[in-house]
Each structure stands twice: as structure tokens, then as C-alpha cells.
Design a protein around this ligand. Structure first.
Ligand code: 5AD
Ligand code: SF4
Length: 357
């Protein structure tokens, strides 16, 4: 047995073994990806579930060093999608059998906004006869707010830890952002019985392979239900852009992201994992490849076109122009190219979550 075969003969990898797997290229990488693909098919099947993504607002009170819509970027034209537009996008998702929607926005914690989201959740439940699954991705909030939103109909929450190593986290955020607070939010969400999703960026400045291995071990020890991760892509109007000459090449960040997805699928066979927009932005066909080797969630963009160019997290983000990259016909073609089927009108909940209940 060669090294990769002997590592893959078990699924409770040690940190050094994960590092070895993340570095694999060539034949070893093919072997890793094939194994992950097999495990995915056996454990969760061949379906890809859709989450219609509505980027509610690009207003954000935070200043993450990597993000294009950070508070400090004065070049961003700030917007908030109107309630009517949100509900019309949700109706579109419902009528076209997407199964679920995601409401995502920068971080905002004022009372009016919290009530507005609560109301939107109730309205979306109403217009879809309580059938649409709703995921929120609205940053750090109080436990009370999370509870309000859960009671109003949200059942999943995405809050990426971004980097599970506190030291690395501190290098990517101003000191006013707290790693402990972020962790606490994840625990609160868990206590409120949300399906909890987290994730990290891959190929960040200062990030080592050991950090990435620790990220995967963090997902496992936190017993996360869903993961969204993808390559870090630089944005010119951010402080972290100063480090862009030290980055791995886009292809290296992409290969590393594929390996992260494959290894995590082996470690946590029944979680939901997204083929992130960043995967499709860094390499054409990136989302298809992610699905082939382990991902089972796609988040087609349903944000009204007039706003999309203002939700510019990183350079080269796809689905901004009116080219309908995420039209139903194209989604179907994408999923077919990935050798999978779309689970129309299904929630596609995390099986990992339901196994725990
Ligand atoms: N590159 C890749 N992903 C990014 N995000 C923010 N900025 C970038 C970037 N420059 C991701 C973060 C955040 C999610 C909404 O987008 O992980 O959680
Ligand atoms: Fe705001 Fe999220 Fe961007 Fe940080 S990553 S600046 S919290 S939108």
C-alpha cells in the first residue's frame, strides 16, 4: 500500500495526514478525489440542492481586511433590496422549485433591520405555504435575534469562522472584531437548533497547510452540519491586497480548495457542502469540479441585477453581469456536466443534522 492508500484506509485522519492529503497532486490527487466522490455517492447520493441566493444588502458595520464591501471601502455604493424585490425573488425560487433560499448581507444589528428581516421571513414562509427552506447568512447577532429569526422560519444559518486559528483570524481582522464572539455565535446557533454552517477561505496570506488541516479538524470537533469554503480572491480596495504578490497562484488556491472539499467529505460524509461562487470565480468550471468530488449545494444568485455589481466581495466575482450564468437552463447544464441531478423542490437538509436529532 502506498502512503495515500494507507491514509485513506481510515477516515479519522491525524493533522499530519490531512496536510499530506491537502498537498496531493497528480495521481495521488486523482485517487483522493475518486475516493471522496465514491463516499459522497454512497452516503448522500447524487443530488445537488439549490439555494437561491438573495444578497439583501451590502451595508456592513465591519471592516474585515479581505472583503470588498467592508465599511472602510468608500467606493462602494450601498444598497438595500426592497421588501417587494426580496419577496419577488423568493416567489421566483418557490415557483421554479428551488427548494430553499439564502438571505445574505453584510453585518447590521440595528433594531429596525432585525424586525425587517423577521417580517421578511414570515412573508417568505407565507408565500411558499411554509415550503421554502430558509437559510440566513447575516453575520454576528445576539442570541435573542437568532431566536427571533428561528421562530420566524429560518432553519439554517451560515457563519464562516473564516480562519479557525485565532492568531490568523487576528491578522485578517481589526482588533475590534472578536474571535471569541464569533465562536459564541456559532454555539448560540447550535443551541437554538439551527442547522449550522461555517467555513473558511483557502489560500489566504499568512495561512499554512497546518492551519487548513486545523480548520477541517475544527469543523469535525464542532460537529458542524454545513460547510461553505472556497479560495480567497484578492480585492484591490482592501488592506489585504498589499499581500497579493505573496499569494499562491489562482490554480494552486483552486487545487487546494478541491482537496479541502474532498478531505472534508471523507471526514464528515453526511454534511452539506457548497460549491461556492468563489470556486467558480477563480477557475471556470470550478463549481462543477467541486460537485464531482464532494459538494452537494449550489447557490444560484437571485439578487436583482441592478444591485449585483455592488455586492463585490472580491475581484472577478461571477454572476454579476446580466449573462444569466445562473439561469435555470445553465444550472441544469452545470449540474449535468458535474454528473449529478438537481433535487428540485426539496429542502435538501443536512443529513448529518438529522442523524443527530
Ligand atoms: N475572497 C473570498 N471570499 C471572500 N469572502 C469575503 N471576502 C472574500 C474574498 N476576498 C467570503 C467570506 C464571507 C463570505 C460571505 O464571503 O468568507 O464569509
Ligand atoms: Fe462585512 Fe462579512 Fe465583508 Fe466582513 S466579510 S466586511 S462582516 S460583509
Amino acid at each position: 500500500m502506498n502512503t495515500i492508500e494507507s491514509i485513506l484506509s481510515r477516515n479519522d485522519f491525524e493533522r499530519e495526514e490531512i496536510v499530506y492529503l491537502l498537498q496531493s497532486r497528480g495521481e495521488e490527487q486523482v485517487f483522493l478525489h475518486k475516493r471522496a466522490q465514491q463516499v459522497k455517492l454512497e452516503m448522500i447520493g447524487n443530488k445537488v440542492y439549490l439555494r437561491g441566493l438573495i444578497e439583501l444588502s451590502n451595508r456592513c458595520t465591519k471592516n474585515c481586511y479581505y472583503c470588498g464591501i467592508r465599511l472602510g471601502n468608500e467606493k462602494v455604493k450601498r444598497y438595500m433590496v426592497s421588501d417587494e424585490e426580496v419577496l419577488s425573488a423568493a416567489s421566483f425560487a418557490y415557483e421554479n422549485k428551488y427548494g430553499s433560499v439564502v438571505l445574505q448581507a453584510g453585518e447590521c444589528t440595528n433594531k429596525t433591520y432585525i424586525l425587517q428581516v423577521e417580517n421578511l421571513l414570515k412573508e417568505i414562509m407565507k408565500l411558499s405555504n411554509n415550503e421554502l427552506g430558509i437559510t440566513l447568512s447575516l453575520g454576528e447577532q445576539s442570541k435573542d435575534t437568532y431566536k427571533r429569526w428561528r421562530d420566524a422560519g429560518a432553519k439554517r444559518y451560515l457563519l464562516r469562522i473564516e480562519a479557525s486559528n485565532k492568531e490568523l483570524y487576528t491578522k485578517l481582522h481589526p482588533h475590534t472584531h472578536s474571535y471569541e464572539e464569533r465562536l459564541k455565535c456559532l454555539y448560540d446557533l447550535k443551541e437554538l437548533n439551527y442547522q449550522v454552517g461555517t467555513g473558511v477561505m483557502i489560500g489566504l496570506p499568512y495561512q499554512s497547510l497546518e492551519d487548513l488541516a486545523d480548520d477541517l479538524l475544527f469543523f469535525k470537533s464542532f460537529d458542524i452540519d454545513m460547510v461553505g469554503m472556497g479560495p480567497y480572491i484578492e480585492h484591490k480596495e482592501t488592506p489585504l491586497f498589499a499581500k497579493h504578490t505573496e499569494l499562491l497562484s489562482p490554480n494552486e488556491r483552486y487545487q487546494l480548495s478541491l482537496n479541502m472539499i474532498a478531505v472534508l467529505r471523507l471526514m464528515m460524509p453526511r454534511i452539506n457542502m457548497a460549491a461556492s461562487t468563489a470556486m467558480g470565480s477563480i477557475v471556470e468550471g470550478g463549481r462543477e469540479a467541486a460537485i464531482r468530488i464532494g459538494a452537494n449545494i449550489l447557490m444560484p444568485n437571485l439578487t436583482p441585477f441592478t444591485y449585483r455589481e455592488n455586492y463585490f466581495l472580491y475581484d472577478g466575482k461571477i454572476c454579476i453581469e446580466e449573462s444569466q450564468e445562473d439561469s435555470l437552463v445553465n444550472l441544469q447544464a452545470l449540474v449535468t456536466r458535474a454528473g449529478a441531478d438537481i433535487g428540485f423542490a426539496e429542502h435538501g437538509d443536512s443529513l448529518h443534522y438529522w442523524n443527530k436529532q
